[in-house]
Design a protein around this ligand. Structure first.
Ligand code: AMP
Ligand code: TRP
Length: 339
């Protein structure tokens, strides 16, 4: 039986995946690989839309792959690859950029936010980033794309481009659907619990990284910001700090925040924090060990990416060949494959 196809990517933005990335995205990826023909990749070409040190990019990419494996992606169940290993993504991005209106691209809120921050440094690549992301998805004829809410506008553009292309040049692309992460999967900063946990936070104290020593993370949980009324109750509006801890605890132990609140009712916050810290260490310590194990076995990582890349090139190369023909590029008889 063929499974429906799904694709997603995560940028290797630092040296470590954080708890928000895991509970908000990767945990779902791990579950979805069972029921879908899943492709997961590191969009390294997206990472150069802002200046980044080459050695750092290489190192981060490898560390993310190792962590994804340690967190449960299984190369026997999914295809893992690095975007730059597949020429078809960039080839298709060019074609799609020629179908994207300048005004349409200008309305992307992520571009507005990032270009505001980058000012004069803003590159054309940052502007056309959504076209590359559309190509990342359409090249693989994926039906489903699990992404965070911040990516839903890019997904909408991707759907529009697929429909526009199909209308203008004939049925070529599957029109993909977004699978937005549920609100409950959002993890907030342990120090500023009204802000989402993010690598761009002002202080490291509120972020839990999988590559950190688990003892350091345990301390962060124990000193998480809560409130003073002492009542254990799941109430994100009135009690954002405590509710965040309840949600995290629930997600790590596969129960609900309300359930955890019941267990600790009348017990004060101390016991909850200590137990949560312990639960996290129990989960994260083996993940860290496995990650270090993978990083020690570079040949195995290379092999996984080589196999994944080959499979990805097969699928995406076939799509680009159809696209090139549909738009009227002359067949190249000097080459057997396109990419
Ligand atoms: P980023 O590295 O911020 O681009 O995030 C990569 C993925 O993790 C995206 O799918 C985000 O939606 C998800 N993510 C990042 N931070 C959080 C968070 N604090 N809570 C839940 N999901 C998150
Ligand atoms: N733009 C996404 C992000 O920053 C990453 C990404 C690139 C992606 N290409 C993709 C996600 C294709 C899903 C599908 O989070």
């Amino acid at each position: 039986m063929t499974q429906p196809r799904l694709i997603s990517g995560i940028q290797a933005t630092g040296s470590s995946i954080h708890l928000g990335n895991y509970l908000g995205a990767i945990k779902q990826w791990v579950q979805l690989q069972q029921d879908y023909e899943a492709l997961y990749f590191i969009p390294d070409q997206h990472s150069i839309t802002a200046p980044i040190d080459p050695a750092q990019l290489r190192e981060n990419t490898l560390r993310y792959v190792a962590q994804l494996l340690a967190l449960g992606l299984d190369p026997a169940q999914c295809t893992m690859f690095v975007q730059s290993h597949v020429p078809a993504n960039a080839q298709l991005a060019w074609v799609l950029s020629c179908l994207t209106g300048f005004g349409e691209a200008s309305r992307m809120t992520q571009f507005k936010d990032k270009s505001d921050k980058q000012g004069e440094q803003t590159s054309v690549g940052l502007f056309t980033y959504p076209c590359l992301m559309a190509a990342d998805i359409l090249a693989y004829q994926a039906e489903l794309v699990p992404v965070g809410e911040d990516q839903s506008q890019h997904l909408e553009l991707t759907r529009n481009l697929a429909e526009r292309f199909n209308h203008r040049f004939g049925e070529t692309f599957v029109v993909p659907k977004a699978r937005l992460v549920k609100a409950g999967a959002r993890v907030y900063d342990l120090r500023e619990p009204t802000k989402k946990m993010s690598k761009s936070a002002s202080s490291e104290a509120g972020i839990v990284h999988f590559m950190d020593d688990p003892k350091v993370s345990a301390k962060k949980f124990r000193s998480a910001v809560t409130d003073n009324d002492g009542e254990v109750r799941f109430d994100p509006a009135q009690k954002p700090g405590l509710s965040n801890l309840l949600s995290i605890f629930a997600a790590l132990t596969d129960t609900t925040a309300e359930e955890v609140a019941l267990q600790y009712q009348g017990g004060g916050y101390g016991a909850l924090k200590v137990d949560l810290a312990e639960a996290f260490v129990a989960f994260a310590a083996p993940v860290r060990e496995r990650t270090l194990g993978w990083l020690d076995n570079r040949a195995a990582l290379d092999r996984i990416l080589a196999e994944g890349g080959e499979r990805a090139r097969e699928i995406a190369g076939a799509t680009v060949a159809r696209v090139y023909e549909a738009v009227g590029f002359l067949p190249d008889h000097g080459r057997s494959g396109r990419s």
